[in-house]
Design a protein around this ligand. Sequence first.
Ligand SMILES: Cc1cc2nc3c(=O)[nH]c(=O)nc-3n(C[C@H](O)[C@H](O)[C@H](O)COP(=O)(O)OP(=O)(O)OC[C@H]3O[C@@H](n4cnc5c(N)ncnc54)[C@H](O)[C@@H]3O)c2cc1C
Length: 466
Amino acid sequence: MRVAVVGAGVAGLVCAHRLGEAGHACDVYERWPGLGGQAATLDVGGAHLLERYYHHLFTSDRDITELYDELGMPDELEWRPSSVAFFLEGRSWPFTTPMHLLRFGPLSPLARIRMGLAVLRLQRGGRDVRPFEHMTAREWIRDAMGAQAYDKVWGPLLRGKFGDRADDISMAWLWGKLTMRRRLEGKEARQELLGYPRRSWEPLFAELRGRVEAAGGRVLIDRPAARLSRSAEGFEVLPAAPGSFRRGHDPGAFEAAGEAERYDAVVATVPNDVFLALLDAELADAIGRPYLERLESIEYHTALCLLLELDRRFGDFYWTNIADPELPFVGLIEHTNFVEPERYAGRRFVYVANYLDPADELLALSADELLERYTPGLRKVNPAFDRSWVRNRWLHREPAAQPIVTVGYRERIPPLQTGVPGLVLANTTQIYPEDRGTNYAVRLGGDAARELLARRLNTRWAETGS
Ligand SMILES: Cc1cc2nc3c(=O)[nH]c(=O)nc-3n(C[C@H](O)[C@H](O)[C@H](O)COP(=O)(O)OP(=O)(O)OC[C@H]3O[C@@H](n4cnc5c(N)ncnc54)[C@H](O)[C@@H]3O)c2cc1C
């Protein structure tokens, strides 16, 4: 088969690699002038790479660690102690060990114990998410942990991440976060370890690219797909001109460049709205309204991420959850409190994280305007902070960063098979009940390749009886 994979994020690269292993050469089309999608890196100067958006792995992230092993790169991953805090009531409260929960001043002693026991019960309660799928996180938290835990901690965090949709978020989403990552018992309770590849995520992408090319494929960066259509015996991909990323994300705004290329099959790893915009009318008809409606029914929030290089340390923690509703951002992730600054010639980096409704006015601001807007909030967390500490800043926006997992989400998930044989869709909306992440993109890329091959075999068997 000649296969087109649309998107060179983790899912697309892994899918193309798996298909290459099975003897099928892939062309991977990518809009951005680089690999890795949401996990892509940026050159911060001095031969140092950092992810555009903060990234780490959890010890439960088996698919990606196995991939590193399989590709002969096990030494890339380093596991380092994490440190977490909650900022509320004017200070950062450490939240790394169970002891920190017991000393967590914003909650009454009883509320602290209730919160810890509720998480323990959830973690011991087995691997079945179904009992949690038909209630909101808000309902469960208020019931299991009490109103204080919701009002002071979880409510502000959910509102930070999901804005007006916070009250609709399914408990299935929070269940995934609380049960699959870190455990409150055993070794991990004392010291959580997080993974980070010693040379950033980039070597993984480069290795996957090499494998796809060695299998006879091509990885075409800065070469988006502008349109997908059916041809007599397969599909056509119309490529867009280099530099199209400057026109945004909608393929309708790209200028076509060159002839459409013919493929036997297509795996699209782009967000739902991009996939919909890629389909020509005939192909959309062939997929049919019920599938398309599923795609349309899932909303995303946009990530807005300001990366600051500072001339000194900002705070004491790697990860600070902002639970103070007056601050205009949801997290501070001080990368160099996780990976030592010596790795970056002594330079210090902190991400100021936000998730926003696509219409939020903050998304229209430049890096400097945003920094100005954030400065009073940064000063609340560290009163000594001064703009003169900032040596460099980079701003990135990711429109399809976080699918909004509301009650009943499972019923809306689009299957990998679009209904048109040979056309597979694999994107973050299908990661469930876990919260999306690079580990699950590795799993998804493998699943997409398997789906394509399974359907292909079935079709051939149906056509030839052999
Ligand atoms: C702020 C933030 C923080 C995160 N933190 C973590 C973390 O700590 N740990 C972790 O494991 N994960 C984290 N993630 C999530 C993780 O990065 C994603 O889940 C994962 O990378 C998704 O991979 P994907 O291949 O499914 O999708 P994507 O990475 O979105 O890949 C889709 C690709 O399609 C391309 N594309 C779009 N349109 C076209 C077109 N027309 N033609 C061709 N290509 C196109 C895109 O440019 C992109 O490269 C984070 C994400 C964000 C936004």
